[in-house]
Design a protein around this ligand. Structure first.
Ligand code: SF4
Ligand code: SF4
Length: 381
């Protein structure tokens, strides 16, 4: 298992995480088996947004024997009312629901206290200026959460969160289909009738979000990495072709600031499908060729950092140079961290001789030589 530092939380998280929502309805023994298998494979981060007491209890029993190994994303604002999940900001419901989470997980703290599911800008602003954030900050002071995170599907909200110093990490929905979509408040409309027209190009807000998170040291953990399984099925995918789990995971894990993908699995074989990412060949990870040949793709002209254009006749790591260039270009000034990473590269855009040899291998029609010139101008080398 490979690990990444979750931004400024400093936590080292496994690339493959445990999205525990799929354990709903499972026998306790099966949940234990899954958690143990995941932990044995090096998975060390688990997301628990679920409020169902039975689910929380089953997960708590499953991770208790190895509590020290797990980094828990525990959600604040996810409650259980009248036998159903209810997302709420009513503190009379929020507080007991978080106490219940700790009790059922058999722990006195969670590493990541997640402000749960904020998909509207107005709601974000209300949370961050009222009693909800005061409660979350109290939990932080008391050591009952170690870091403050926020979960959202809306890039506008995620961008606001990334710019708010109180929030150290974000759980966000990432996959190639969503990256081409405009911001919406309602996740259910993503795959509505307007999906074709929405695939007009990379959503600039999402591009800005990735760059902002990278620059601010806000790590991203991923939900919806397979778009609820739609991307794995050609008949349901907005691209009209199926991707494999490894290809979806690779897309997510090659976005700036992304550290871990919360993969959902219902049995050990599905867990293994996700774990196979760690040992997959470059061919198996190659989402780019699939998307490039898809009837509905629209990545044309934009670098997806897939690395297909290699090798460069001069030895430049084109994907990395492009990634740093895109990160830098998103900001009014080149962020210090990005500039340092760029300077550490052995070969830079200034080494490009403009031969164009790489461009024929780019599935997305990126004008690489021209981009190298722009990057040279940006970084000065
Ligand atoms: S155009 Fe530049 S980046 Fe591309 S192969 Fe030639 S030297 Fe390398
Ligand atoms: S320039 Fe093209 S081939 Fe190279 S990393 Fe970017 S998208 Fe991939």
């Amino acid at each position: 298992m490979r690990y990444r530092t979750l931004g400024r939380t400093g936590l080292l998280v496994s690339e493959i995480g445990f999205g525990a929502e799929w354990i709903d309805g499972m026998e306790d023994s099966k949940v234990r088996e899954l958690a143990k298998a995941a932990s044995d494979a090096g998975v060390n981060i688990v997301d628990c947004w679920m409020s169902d007491p039975a689910v929380r209890s089953a997960l708590g029993k499953a991770i208790e024997p190895e509590r020290d190994k797990w980094i828990i994303q525990g959600h604040i604002g996810s409650t259980w009312q009248d036998g159903q999940y209810l997302r709420t900001r009513d503190m009379s419901l929020v507080v007991p629901a978080f106490e219940d989470l700790l009790t059922r997980l058999h722990t006195d703290h969670v590493e990541l206290g997640m402000i749960h599911y904020v998909d509207e800008v107005a709601e974000f602003e209300s949370i961050m200026s009222g009693e909800f954030i005061q409660y979350v900050e109290r939990l932080l002071e008391q050591g009952r959460i170690e870091h403050i995170g926020l979960s959202t599907h809306n890039p506008d909200v995620a961008l606001l969160a990334a710019r708010d110093e109180r929030i150290e990490m974000i759980m966000f929905s990432v996959n190639p289909a969503f990256d081409l979509m405009p911001a919406v408040d309602d996740i259910d409309v993503y795959f509505g009738d307007y999906a074709d027209e929405a695939l007009a190009g990379m959503d600039p807000i999402r591009a800005e979000l990735y760059a902002t998170c990278e620059a601010a040291g806000v790590g991203i953990t991923v939900m919806k990495g397979f778009a609820g399984g739609r991307l794995l099925d050609a008949s349901k995918s907005p691209f009209g072709v199926a991707l494999t789990p490894a290809q979806c995971l690779h897309y997510c894990l090659t976005r700036p600031a992304v550290c871990s993908v919360m993969a959902g699995f219902q049995d050990v074989s599905q867990l293994q499908d996700a774990l196979d990412y760690e040992t997959a060949t470059q061919e198996e990870l190659d989402y780019a060729s699939v998307l490039a040949g898809a009837p509905k793709h629209s990545f044309h002209g934009q670098c997806t950092y897939c690395g297909h254009c290699a090798p460069c006749v001069m030895g430049i790591n084109i994907a990395l140079v492009n990634k740093y260039a895109d990160l830098a270009a998103m900001q009014p000034q080149v962020p210090q961290g990005v500039g340092e990473h760029y300077r550490e590269l052995g070969l830079k855009a200034g080494d490009c001789i403009g031969c164009g040899d790489c461009e024929s291998r780019c599935p997305f029609g990126v004008p690489i030589a021209q981009k190298m010139q722009e990057t040279l101008a940006l970084f000065g080398e």
